[in-house]
Design a protein around this ligand. Structure first.
Ligand SMILES: Nc1nc2c(ncn2[C@@H]2O[C@H](COP(=O)(O)OP(=O)(O)OP(=O)(O)O)[C@@H](O)[C@H]2O)c(=O)[nH]1
Ligand SMILES: [Mg+2]
Length: 322
């Protein structure tokens, strides 16, 4: 790129979409310039409200987001959307699907939509999504939505980067609510029962409330349950209000501060782990050599701990214990 880092950052902060797209691609590909870019952008961010939204495939997350985003646009807010796609980066099918489904928003200057693939993210998805959110934040997007599917480790990680996490349920899940329990209860700040136009809403709501009543809320926040019909837009305003209420309740509260501290701590550790690994990997990860180590371990000539110590020492991050 011919322009300087300063010019690039200035363009991003001006909301220049092309500059943003280039920044996001650079970050996704972990190009050498991306670290400097992120360092500078960090000081321009910190204003956005990051909303994580997760739920089973087809629960209506994208449809709902489109409506919620439109509502925030009505209120004069600029909206960023990061749709994390579970498919392989090579198939591209669902990525295209998400883009098409959100077409109504994609021509709006105040909305920025970006899909990211789950697989193929060097260094993990959550750090990459966090970096993309930072770029949008610096570019002046007020509310940033991060859509993920299901409730696996990725979702828990993404939840940690969000200021608030919304979990979508739909009627007909039946006992699935129970199965959902472990992962969901710890990350949900707000529940949405979408497809409220379908039968079985009362049942999911009943099961969810039963579950909530026996789940301790250490932060003193009782996650509200909002019913929506994303296709018609019903319940969208209540959802926006619940989101704003959560924001107001956590912006200054000790529980909110505790959460931000914990998220920051995890982010720092994650970055350190990643950097250390990359340093060692770059310098020492010779596949042939790794193959030799594997043979040695298999033959029990050497143990893996000693080998790792040796690799670390060679990288200059090694232990002086021995
Ligand atoms: N009846 C009904 N259908 C809905 C509602 N919300 C979404 N849908 C439909 O459900 C289907 C899936 O919606 P999406 O918004 O793509 O769901 P998603 O959760 O984003 O799906 P993935 O990203 O593929 O996991 C679409 O056909 C929507 O039109 C709703 O409230 N009621
Ligand atoms: Mg979707």
């Amino acid at each position: 790129m011919a322009i300087s880092l300063e010019q690039w950052v200035a363009k991003i902060c001006d909301g220049d979409r092309r500059a943003m797209a280039q920044a996001i691609s650079a970050v996704e590909r972990r190009e050498p310039c991306s670290a400097d870019l992120l360092k500078t952008l960090f000081h321009k961010g910190g204003k956005a409200y990051v909303v994580g939204i997760t739920g089973a495939p087809g629960a209506g997350k994208s449809t709902l987001l489109e409506k919620v985003a439109a509502e925030y646009r009505q209120r004069g807010k600029r909206v960023g959307i990061i749709a994390i796609d579970p498919t392989s980066p090579f198939s591209g099918g669902a990525i295209l699907g998400d883009r098409i489904r959100m077409q109504a928003l994609s021509t709006d200057e105040g909305t920025y939509i970006r899909s990211m693939a789950t697989r193929g993210q060097l260094g993990g998805l959550a750090p990459a999504a966090r970096d993309v959110a930072l770029i949008m934040d610096a570019a002046g997007y007020d509310v940033i939505f991060v859509e993920t599917v299901g409730v696996g480790q990725d979702e828990v990680d993404v939840a940690r980067l969000a200021d608030v996490t919304v979990v979508l349920l739909v009627p007909g899940m039946g006992d699935d609510v129970q199965a959902f329990k472990a992962g969901v209860m710890e990350i949900a700040d707000l529940f949405v029962i979408n497809k409220a136009d379908q039968s079985g809403v009362e049942r999911v709501e009943r099961e969810l409330n039963a579950l909530l009543s026996v789940t301790p809320q250490p932060d003193g926040w009782q996650p509200p349950v909002v019913r929506t019909t994303a296709t018609t837009g019903e319940g969208i305003i209540s959802l926006c209000e619940a989101l704003e209420e959560f924001r107001a309740a956590t912006e200054q509260s000790p529980a909110g501060l505790k959460r931000r501290k914990e998220n920051t701590r995890l982010q720092l550790l994650e970055l350190l782990r990643q950097s250390l690994f990359e340093k060692v990997a770059q310098e020492q990860f010779d596949h042939e050599r790794i193959g030799e180590y594997v043979e040695e371990i298999l033959a029990r000539r050497r143990d893996p701990h000693s080998i790792v110590e040796e690799i670390m020492r060679a990288s200059g991050v090694g232990t002086d214990r021995g």
